[in-house]
Design a protein around this ligand. Sequence first.
Ligand code: SAM
Length: 261
Amino acid sequence: MATRKVAVITLFPEMFRAIVESGITSRAIEQNLLELTLINPRQFTSDKHQTVDDRPYGGGPGMVMRVEPLAAALEASLVALGCSRQQARVIYLSPQGEVLNKKSIDTLLSDGPQTAANFHLVLVAGRYEGIDERFIEHYVDTEISIGDYVLSGGELPAMVLLDAIIRKLPGALGDAQSAEQDSFETGLLDCPHYTRPEEVLSTKVPDVLLSGDHKRIEIWRLQQSLGRTWLRRPELIEALELTELEQRLLDEYIRQHSNAS
Ligand code: SAM
């Protein structure tokens, strides 16, 4: 039996309705592919205003999240996950962390006690100027960023990470193949997609997709993936060792592309 549990420490648990109530993520949670618990550090304060932040030592603008409510929220998260501190991975969503990509998601689910079938993750969403550095030093295993820009809080990054993890769980997607064909899964970008009608915006669907010839369609899609990746993300192509067929398809794509432009 798989055990996949995630606790999120957040001052805005209501934001996670986007994950809990919509689409693939909602269905995965309903089907118990993953258990999600939301913990608000405000529950662990003793003052009337449920204060979780304070002014920064040394002065300067903004507020900093205090250690004590976060540490208590972490304890409560471990209870909810039903595991020890050693069995859990504590991730702080932070613009200063390693930038999230397919590889880092895979690594996260194959590191130490964490596997794709059994994982216990605690995601910490910061707010204000961030969280007291001592909490990070003492409790955080990994800092993850979703890109080189700063958001107001770690909730959206935590949801991005959750969605990316959930898509990888067996049974989460209606059609198991669609995850395998996603961009980055094979190191390439996905091919273009079309649906009915055959002609719209004065543009016809490429003939090959109407041919019913599955082998030709597969080859065409592979060539489109190679070509798109070469055009949009050449560094991804450089990182791959292409097969003879792939190299031939890419060369042909490049020739056609240069003739057209
Ligand atoms: N002062 C911090 C800095 O410049 O590194 C930024 C704090 S930000 C306003 C508040 C919180 O949003 C952070 O604690 C973090 O949890 C989250 N956050 C902001 N941008 C992020 C990003 N690119 N990736 C992940 N988390 C982010």
